[in-house]
Design a protein around this ligand. Structure first.
Ligand code: NA7
Length: 544
């Protein structure tokens, strides 16, 4: 990458993770002048930053990859059932080289503001390196879990040891050998790192506020016969994925309610999924696990029993068995030896729900009840300002006086998750109101970007240069997103889906949970109908 940013682009892209990189490829392929600005010193986004021990994707590697090039998906070899962070980052770098994407990426550059000039019909992006770039369109590919959040504990500046956040992990790695380590947080990141840190540390204290459901990943070296079959069916599988809620083909659609099955049938069904490994297939055991509390309770209790059967100390087992949310309503974790880790003599689970962390001390941390824990290292696996954090960090406004911060003050508002009324020519990839985070993410990234490309091609054909949703279409979509969420159990959990981990964040259910299939059909219908709900106009005297 270099500093030769053209003064004027067709499309400015924010972020060079999986979304930004595909946007470069796809939009450049239409002859557009594009450039992506990336805060990191390397490409890869989530997979660049999250280098904590055990970081791994919870979607199988044969699925979690780009579909746009069959040669790519045929040639790439995934060594394991689930991709590790280093492996996925290697893949992303391979894709960037293979499709010559790097020449349109400017690294070490954080976009600080984006201002739409209403009269000129063009965005100006400024960066922390002093660039000012003009572009007719802007694509926000800044990620959903890309704004790491360390809780605002007092005393952190006085801690004598070292502390880390899962999403800002040192590239040289961390050796915890011989150290007294504290991990705060038991979401996916905590659940993946805890078994590995436990094997290194002298002693590990896990500070748990909310117990999380986790299923065994059953990771293994790639089964070569399975890989061969999957690759033979790749294009068909990718197409079939369009008609599924999670954008993954191959899981047989459930046909009946958990409550129609007998207790023994349910036990057998859950046991089979437990043995097979994987979260989506487990939640797909019955039709109603995410809509009926009673049905869900059968699956929740199955997993609680597994925890009780694994963890030897009954008090620890009860603390680990989640009781305050239905299974699947927070991101369901996949683990390798998570619950077993609590049987180790050097691991202690601390309940910080009943006695919250009050402050960090020079020697460790102290709870509100006055208990002191001596620690040499603290790991914050405390999550992210999810879904809206990355965009809210950028000063996004128009010369007309609209600011995204004001507009989203009570929670994010979008049409189809793709655009925001009053912010013309700004597209968002897998943002709030999109099903992205509830799907095989890369499928959503490709679908969104292809839709955007289709919209830009339509505009070019009709000599249009300005697109924005109507306020009515946006309001109707927001209402639909909420109605769908309210018809499920999802809103019952205090998850990052509702911003619950960020004190003061408005509680709004952000992802669209109506399914990738329904969403894609809707997007396709909107496009086929001449972009219903969007105002498409011609502003410039001459359109390039
Ligand atoms: P998550 O899933 O948001 O988990 C964060 C964890 O940190 C969760 O257990 C929180 O407890 C805990 N937390 C946050 N603040 C505190 C304080 N102040 N005290 C104690 N515990 C705290 O983030 P992850 O990085 O694990 O995973 C994010 C996503 O990445 C994941 O869903 C996958 O999609 C990939 P809480 O539940 O809020 O009580």
């Amino acid at each position: 990458s270099g500093g030769h940013a053209p003064a004027r682009l067709d499309v400015a892209i924010v972020g060079a993770g999986l979304a930004g990189l595909y946007a470069i490829h796809r939009l450049r392929g239409m002859g557009l002048r594009v450039r992506a600005f990336e805060a990191g010193s390397g490409i890869g986004g989530t997979w660049f930053w999250n280098r904590y021990p055990g970081a791994r994707c919870d979607v199988e590697s044969l699925e979690y990859s780009y579909a746009f090039s069959d040669e790519l998906q045929q040639e790439w070899k995934w060594p394991e059932r689930y991709g590790t962070q280093p492996e996925i980052l290697r893949y992303i770098n391979h894709v960037a080289d293979r499709f010559d994407l790097r020449r349109d990426v400017q690294l070490n550059t954080r976009v600080t503001s984006a201002v739409f000039d209403d009269a000129a019909g063009e965005w100006t992006l400024t960066t922390d390196r002093g660039d000012a770039v003009r572009a007719r369109f802007c694509v926000m590919a800044a990620g959903n879990l890309s704004t790491p959040r360390v809780p605002d504990f007092k005393g952190i500046g006085d801690f004598k040891g070292k502390w880390y956040h899962s999403g800002l992990w040192p590239h040289e790695g961390v050796d915890f050998s011989g150290l007294r380590v504290g991990v705060i947080g038991t979401g996916s990141s905590g659940v993946q790192m805890i078994p590995i840190i436990a094997r290194q540390a002298k002693h590990l204290h896990v500070f748990q506020r909310t117990a999380n459901f986790s299923l065994p990943a059953r990771n293994a070296p790639m089964d070569l016969e399975r890989e061969r079959r999957h690759k033979a069916e790749y294009p068909a599988r990718r197409r079939a994925a369009f008609d599924t809620p999670f954008a993954i083909a191959g899981y047989p659609k459930p046909t009946r309610s958990a409550l129609q099955a007998t207790a023994q049938e349910r036990q057998d069904a859950y046991e089979a999924k437990w043995q097979e490994g994987g979260s989506i297939s487990f939640l797909y055991s019955y039709t109603d696990l995410l809509v009926s509390k009673e049905a869900n309770e059968t699956a929740s209790e199955f997993v609680r029993d597994k925890i009780r059967g694994t963890v030897k100390d009954p008090r620890t087992a009860e603390l680990l068995a989640p009781k305050d949310h239905p299974i699947g309503t927070k991101r369901l974790c996949l683990d390798t030896g998570y619950y077993e880790t609590y049987n180790r003599a050097n691991v202690t689970l601390v309940d910080v729900r009943s006695d919250p962390i009050a402050q960090i001390t020079p020697d460790g941390l102290r709870t509100a009840g006055g208990a002191d824990y001596a620690l040499d290292a603290i790991v914050f696996a405390t999550g992210f300002d999810a879904m809206t954090g990355a965009l809210r960090e950028i000063d996004i406004r128009t010369t007309h006086g609209a600011t995204l911060a004001d507009k989203w003050d009570g929670g994010p508002l979008t049409y189809l998750g793709l655009m925001v009324a009053d912010f013309p020519n700004m597209f968002i990839i897998t943002g709030p109101g999109s099903p992205g985070v509830k799907t095989q993410m890369i499928a959503s990234i490709e679908q969104h970007t292809d839709w955007i490309a289709g919209c830009l091609a339509h505009m070019r054909r009709h000599q249009l240069d300005r697109v924005e949703p109507t306020a009515e279409a946006e309001a109707a979509w927001v209402q639909h997103v909420n109605a769908v969420a309210d018809s499920t159990l999802y809103p019952l959990a205090n998850s990052w889906y509702v911003g619950a981990n960020i004190p003061g964040k408005p509680r709004v259910f952000m992802p669209y949970v109506g399914g990738f299939d329904a969403y894609k059909r809707r997007c396709d219908a909107v496009a086929a109908g001449g972009y219903e709900g969007f105002k498409l106009t011609r502003q410039a005297a001459a359109v390039a």
